[in-house]
Ligand binder design. Structure first.
Ligand code: SF4
Length: 481
């Protein structure tokens, strides 16, 4: 059978898409290989959120083609949807499959490879002329790639599904339960490559979680492009809180984590939900983008710093040890020194435990392109550096504050000769002493004395470490072994 490899760029949603493609190809009998140099088909799942992401994707194509000129490279994801013609110019690219055609990607690849259990599937033959593919030159650089993209706003359902499979190298599967976004933040290209907001029906979410638990998942990350808008498109409408309660009641998943949630969706009810169960990770990622109300307005963000601060205060008051992260953009067009200083002061004052800082990047088709007041790249870089330093300090202070507390960690794959990385519910990466298999619970008292500065989110820990071997009651506090 043909072999395939996957390289993934971007956010958790693209991670989930890649996991779905991997599962579908394996189900068709393709053999996964970790090495692009050994693959017949290489799938590149791209991001386009910044110009740097585009350039990374193009560089990856060139590198893969150099290493394996015979490989057929299939480029998919957000960049493939936004600008397929740019990718079609690159040598080695056999096919470009936009997000609009993600649901057909395994059929398309089967058709391209002339293999797979169902290579003559309707989706494949609709889009790929198999006879033309069969007659192509062996050296992929000599042929014209197929481009499969359509109107992303035609999509009304969430495409990806995990098929209940866990990747060998990933511990915490990401389940995409929502895709697309109906907002129009002026800097953001995502709605144009992901389409309108749509949700996976609750029955499907629950079945996916059952399947992942059967496959061994202990923690599942619920993700979406605009996760807080989950269920608003469904009939009848479903609220994220209600979905989460149903998951807790009907499945035995031991830890559920929410990915990014917009500030207006951080309601009292949502925070109470997280506080109500030890099975929900005490971790909130709440995009901020700017600490200047003037810039928030120009970004078409629908809250002001005062509202944002209220939501963060609610989290901190309810859950004093919760991990709280935020995205911040440095150098939005027109961001004055005073605006930037407002962001510095605001981020400094908030009880964040980490920051994700992005340098503003102009994206074709977004409103920000037409705004005046563009900043010089060196000013944007310097502002981003400054904000990252604030984030670093916040992360260190949070680690120090957690010293001495007992945490339940899930062991991850990464580790050294005598340690294994683990993740706490409140999103601290911790070193567990000794080498342990991934995906095991450990209960550990965190030691703050030896913070490893080479690993910004890592604790050296030590003490009273014991493995949790069983969780009998799914509604019980899983800390009790
Ligand atoms: S909420 Fe704004 S930033 Fe987030 S995906 Fe939608 S448009 Fe983009």
């Amino acid at each position: 059978m043909p072999t395939f490899s996957i390289e993934n760029f971007g956010c958790r949603a693209t991670d989930a898409d890649a996991a779905s493609t991997r599962a579908q190809l394996c189900a068709r009998g393709f053999v996964l290989t970790a090495k692009h140099s050994a693959a017949d088909i290489v799938v590149l799942n791209t991001c386009t959120v910044t110009a740097a992401a585009d350039s990374q994707a193009r560089e990856a194509v060139r590198k893969i083609h150099r290493a394996n000129p015979q490989a057929q490279i299939v480029v998919t994801g957000c960049y493939a949807q936004r600008a397929p013609e740019e990718l079609a110019e690159l040598a080695g690219v056999a096919c470009i499959v936009g997000n609009s055609h993600q649901s057909q990607i395994s059929e398309v690849i089967a058709a391209i490879a002339g293999a797979g259990k169902n290579g003559s599937g309707a989706g494949a033959s609709d889009f790929v002329p198999l006879d033309a593919i069969a007659g192509r030159a062996a050296n992929n650089s000599e042929r014209t790639p197929k481009i499969l993209t359509g109107d992303i706003f035609d999509l009304t359902t969430v495409q990806a599904g995990t098929l209940g499979t866990l990747a060998d190298d990933r511990t915490r599967p990401i389940l995409k339960i929502q895709d697309g976004c109906n907002n129009r933040c002026s800097y953001c290209v995502i709605p144009f490559v992901r389409g309108r907001s749509r949700s996976l029906p609750p029955d499907d979410v629950v079945s996916e979680i059952h399947a992942l638990v059967r496959a061994g998942a202990k923690e599942i990350v619920l993700s979406g492009i605009n996760l807080g808008s989950y269920g608003r498109d469904l009939k009848p409408r479903v609220e994220l809180n209600k979905l989460a309660r149903r998951i807790l009641n009907e499945t035995s998943i031991e830890r559920l984590r929410f990915s990014s949630i917009e500030p207006q969706d951080i309601t009292e009810e949502f925070v109470s939900l997280v506080a109500s169960s030890e099975r929900i990770a005490r971790h909130f990622h709440v995009p901020l983008q700017s600490g200047s109300d003037r810039i928030l307005r120009a970004m078409h963000r629908w809250y002001r710093t005062e509202h944002y601060a209220e939501r963060i205060a609610l989290i901190r008051k309810t859950l004093p040890d919760a991990g709280i992260g935020a995205d911040v953009i440095a150098g939005f067009p027109g961001e004055s020194e005073a605006d930037f200083q407002s962001t510095v002061a605001f981020t400094g004052a908030q009880p964040f435990t980490y920051l994700h800082v992005f340098s503003f990047s102009e994206r074709p088709g977004t409103e920000a392109v037409s705004l005046g007041g563009r900043l010089a790249p060196e000013i944007i870089r310097e502002r981003a550096r400054h904000l990252r330093a604030i984030g670093q300090k916040k992360a260190e202070a949070f680690r120090a504050s957690q010293s001495g507390s007992v945490a339940k960690l899930l062991s991850l794959h990464r580790g050294g000769a005598d340690w294994t990385e683990g993740l706490t519910g409140n999103y601290l990466k911790v070193r567990i002493l000794g080498r342990h298999p991934a995906n095991e619970w450990h209960e550990t008292r965190l030691g703050g004395a030896n913070i490893d500065t080479a690993e910004p989110l890592a604790f050296e820990n030590d003490l009273s470490q014991r493995k949790i071997t069983a969780v009998s009651d799914r509604n019980a506090d899983v800390l009790h072994a």
